[in-house]
Design a protein around this ligand. Structure first.
Ligand code: NAI
Ligand code: MG
Length: 368
């Protein structure tokens, strides 16, 4: 059998720096766990624009459709701010998501004990926190028609349309229930059925999928604004949350920040199953290209490393190895390794991007 395939798109800014650390970890799995990947690497974002005049070349797009998983660093930077909207670095990322039809965006919010003091909330509220937010990613108000800025009498009107079909709700609801079965068997669905018809349909469809296909999963519904309050008041009441594109954008950012730095946050975007039964998948850190620290060896590689751990779990059926990697990260943090973003006001000197990566490798070695 051939090795599982992985397309790596480091992108711009700190993307290549954090990805270099992931490459070390991928090599480690090949050498020490007999888990070799067919890795190919290509351009996305500003660097692709510089070379090809487009943020995502068709050949790269085609490759992304074929591989078992795509791992992306970050795109963008001030150099590209004045480019036309159609060729901006972000368009490369949006094209990947759209053409791979990645409708379920997985955003874990997990608090590592060593960083509990770093949260903006009290330690006992976040210590041990481990929740998963699933955001619908390919429909809703960011895509609905009609949209635009129109002239209406003497003034202009800006219009966006929240639109969800039953099948769009069904498939992301299933992602939520499947995730719940893999975790605490508890799913909370969030919308605003009190004021939005699309929310009424959302609630009805999620309930039906639950009743007919997942009666074993404990399902609850919450208005998204109440959800925001509950997430800040007592986030540990949740396990898996499923919600739409707009509310998911806000709630996943909110939940993520409960746990500390942007440099710690992984994500996965999953689509429909391929011929091999695995979902189409794109893994990426939540952060951007961080031009303010790019090229200085300051970036925290953990978000990208944890994104690879998600790939091990969700694309390669290697949950045990994903846990091994997450535990290695946990150990490194417990041992006091901190990149600059994890230090706040403390007077300690930070470790560099590559020192953090090396520490994770050493912790992986120690796990054998
Ligand atoms: P950003 O996430 O790049 O940076 C925000 C702040 O967090 C900066 O101070 C940065 O230094 C810090 N930071 C981010 N990641 C870090 C890490 N791994 N370690 C340590 N510190 C880290 O967001 P910003 O500044 O709004 O955007 C910068 C560029 O990135 C823009 O061109 C933007 O369009 C792009 N971007 C790309 C994304 C992606 O590729 N998915 C997502 C967000 C922004
Ligand atoms: Mg956001």
């Amino acid at each position: 059998m051939s090795n599982p395939s992985l397309l790596i798109l480091p992108g711009d800014g700190i993307g290549p720096e954090v990805m270099a650390e992931v490459r070390k970890i991928i090599d480690w799995y090949g050498a020490k766990r007999d888990l070799a990947f067919d890795v190919s690497e290509d351009l996305v974002g500003g660097c692709a624009y510089d070379k090809h005049g487009t943020p995502l070349h068709d050949d790269t797009m085609a490759k992304a459709q074929e591989v078992d998983a795509v791992l992306l660093g970050a795109v963008g930077g001030p150099k590209y701010d004045t480019l036309d909207f159609s060729v901006k670095p972000e368009r490369g990322l949006l094209r990947l998501r759209k053409e791979m039809d990645l409708y379920a965006n997985l955003r874990p919010a997990q608090c590592f004990d060593a960083l509990a003091d770093f949260s903006s909330l009290k330690k006992h509220v976040v210590a041990g926190l481990d929740i998963m937010i699933i955001r619908e990613l390919t429909s809703g108000v960011y895509f609905g028609e009609p949209r635009g800025i129109f002239k209406e009498g003497n003034e202009r009107v800006g219009i966006n349309t929240q639109r969800y079909t039953e099948s769009e709700i069904e498939r992301v609801a299933r992602s939520g229930f499947e995730m719940a079965r893999k975790r605490g068997n508890k799913l909370c669905s969030m919308e605003k059925a009190n004021v939005m018809e699309s929310g009424v349909l959302w609630r009805e469809v999620v309930q039906r999928i639950g009743d007919t296909e997942y009666p074993d999963v404990e399902l609850s519904h919450m208005y998204a604004d109440a959800g925001a309050m509950q997430l800040t008041r007592w986030p540990k009441q949740f396990d898996v949350i499923v919600t739409d594109n707009l509310f998911g954008d806000l709630l996943s950012d909110l939940a993520a920040m409960l746990t500390g730095s942007l440099g710690m946050l992984p994500s996965a975007s999953l689509g429909a199953p391929m011929a091999n039964g695995r979902p189409k998948a794109l893994y990426e850190p939540v952060h951007g290209s961080a031009p303010d620290i790019a090229g200085q060896g300051k970036a925290n590689p953990i978000a990208c490393i944890l994104s690879f751990a998600m790939a091990l779990r969700y694309s390669f059926d290697k949950g045990d190895e994903a846990t091994r990697l997450e535990k290695a990260v946990e150990k490194v943090l417990a041992d006091g390794y901190r990149t600059a973003d994890l230090l706040g006001e403390e007077g300690r000197s930070p470790v560099s991007t590559s020192q953090m990566g090396d520490a994770v490798i050493a912790a992986l070695d120690a796990s054998l």
